[in-house]
Design a protein. Structure first.
Length: 89
C-alpha cells in the first residue's frame, strides 16, 4: 500500500561553505571573495589558522555568488562551522 506525500519540497538556492577544522578564520584576499563575486567549486575562500599554527585552506564545495562572510576575520571557528554564504547559480 502506498500513501500520498503531503507538504512542500522546497528548493533551496542557499549554500554554506564550512570550516574544515577548529582555529582562527582568515578570509582570502578581497579580490577573490568579495560579496557579489562568483565563487567556483573548489575555490579557496579563506584559511583556518589551527592550534598547531598551520594554515588549512577552506574550499567551497559549491559554485555560486558570494552573499557574505558569516564569521569576521580572526574570529574563532569550529570544525564544520559555516563561514561563507553562497547563492547557487
Amino acid at each position: 500500500m502506498t500513501f500520498p506525500v503531503w507538504g512542500e519540497a522546497p528548493h533551496l538556492e542557499e549554500r554554506l561553505v564550512l570550516s574544515p577544522c577548529e582555529g582562527r578564520f582568515r578570509p582570502a584576499p578581497h579580490h577573490y571573495t568579495a560579496e557579489g563575486e562568483f565563487i567556483m567549486q573548489g575555490q579557496i575562500v579563506g584559511n583556518v589558522l589551527s592550534s598547531d599554527h598551520e594554515l588549512k585552506p577552506i574550499r567551497s564545495a559549491f559554485s555560486g555568488w558570494a552573499m557574505g562572510f558569516l564569521v569576521p576575520d580572526g574570529a574563532p571557528v569550529r570544525a564544520s562551522e559555516p563561514v561563507l554564504w553562497l547563492r547557487a547559480s
